[in-house]
Design a protein around this ligand. Structure first.
Ligand SMILES: *C1O[C@H](CO)[C@@H](O)[C@H](O)[C@H]1NC(C)=O
Ligand SMILES: *[C@@H]1O[C@H](CO)[C@@H](O)[C@H](O)[C@H]1NC(C)=O
Ligand SMILES: *[C@@H]1O[C@H](CO)[C@@H](O)[C@H](O)[C@H]1NC(C)=O
Ligand SMILES: [Zn+2]
Length: 318
């Protein structure tokens, strides 16, 4: 009997330590990149703003590099890539939410979402954590010269673990760009509400990134090597820009636009960097799969499994 209790106890302890291992471990990046380039305090203070976006290279030399973002995606010049990646965010730890980051130049949520496998622009698959998402209005990327009303960036950073050697991860960030077009009667996105709801705590908890992709009937994307679109313009981004805009209601779009126009920081009422030169870069085109997204067992499920195994073991012993 003592042995049985010991078995249960040690299994529970094991399950607890497994739970602790879900702590995110990112491939380390230089501080400036990790912090998305600029801190809230830097905006304006170091002299950068969207009003002087043509002169960022005077502040940070990388901003004048030849692999800069955003770009105009000229669809006729794209090359089909053979992969068919799955957009499948694995389930998030229920206790981990997104929190609003204090950034004056965008609306941003930072959090510790679960992982996703993404192929980079040289064809290798790497594992990432979704780290934050933020908005630009109007869009930063254009498709055949066309701007969209809003572009959301889902920023992912490579994972450090036993299976992934960070030294081999060339593009340490993957950013998904999702376009939104105004549609007067579109349903509001719950995930955007806390940004503007005066009662909000600034946290989003019941939120699944998969939802955005499952709303697309056409999951065509454009894929290229580029950069951060804010200082320090680091050229470490594996860009995946989705073609089909999602609808956004007039009311929600206006909330984002008002955020920019209310602020004295936005004399020009936008937060999109101008289009950068392609400089001969290749743009790949592909179609992702979002159907049949399956959830991997989350921490709770594996805990239940462990408990089940322990009970089974006890039954077998007796
Ligand atoms: C591991 O879990 C324990 C108890 O739940 C907690 O006190 C500790 O901070 C956790 N450690 C890490 C690294 O998350
Ligand atoms: C992106 O950059 C990598 C590393 O330099 C290179 O191997 C790959 O061919 C590039 N991809 C495209 C589509 O240009
Ligand atoms: C904020 O909370 C108050 C009191 O609970 C409520 O009357 C009001 O409608 C809420 N406002 C919003 C924008 O949800
Ligand atoms: Zn961005």
């Amino acid at each position: 009997m003592i042995f049985v209790f010991y078995a249960i106890l040690s299994t529970l302890i094991l399950a607890e330590s497994t739970k602790n291992e879900t702590t995110r471990d990112y491939c380390s990046l230089p501080d400036a990149i990790y912090a998305d380039g600029v801190s809230a305090a830097d905006f304006g203070a170091t002299g950068w703003s969207y009003a002087n976006a043509d002169n960022w290279a005077d502040l940070v030399v990388t901003c004048g590099g030849s692999f800069q973002s955003p770009i105009d995606i000229i669809t006729s010049g794209t090359t089909q890539e053979s992969i068919q990646p799955q957009i499948n965010y694995k389930s998030k730890d229920a206790g981990v939410g997104y929190e609003e980051a204090n950034k004056p130049y965008t609306k941003e949520y930072e959090g510790e979402y679960s992982e996703i496998d993404v192929t980079d622009a040289s064809g290798s698959v790497y594992r990432y954590y979704a780290k934050q998402f933020h908005i630009h209005t109007p869009s930063e990327h254009t498709i055949d010269g066309k701007y969209f009303d809003l572009e959301i960036h889902f920023v992912h950073q490579a994972i450090q673990d036993e299976e992934q050697d960070c030294n081999k991860v060339k593009n340490k960030l993957t950013v998904f760009g999702l376009m939104f077009s105004e549609q007067p009667n579109a349903a509001d996105y719950e995930a955007f509400k806390p940004w503007f709801d005066s009662n909000a705590t600034g946290e989003v908890d019941s939120f699944d990134l998969n939802d955005f992709f499952s709303k697309m009937s056409d999951v065509t994307y454009y894929h290229y090597n580029g950069s951060l679109t804010t200082l320090p313009c680091s050229q470490t981004v594996n860009w995946v820009v989705f073609q089909q805009p999602l609808p956004i209601s007039t009311a929600q779009l206006k909330q984002f636009q008002d955020f920019l126009s209310d602020s004295t920081l936005f004399p020009i009422k936008h937060n999109n960097r101008p289009i950068q030169h392609l400089n001969g870069r290749k743009i790949l085109k592909g179609t992702a799969i979002t159907a049949g997204v399956t959830e991997i067992p989350d921490v709770e499920a594996s805990f239940a499994q462990t408990l089940f195994m322990a009970i089974l073991m006890i039954i077998l012993i007796q």
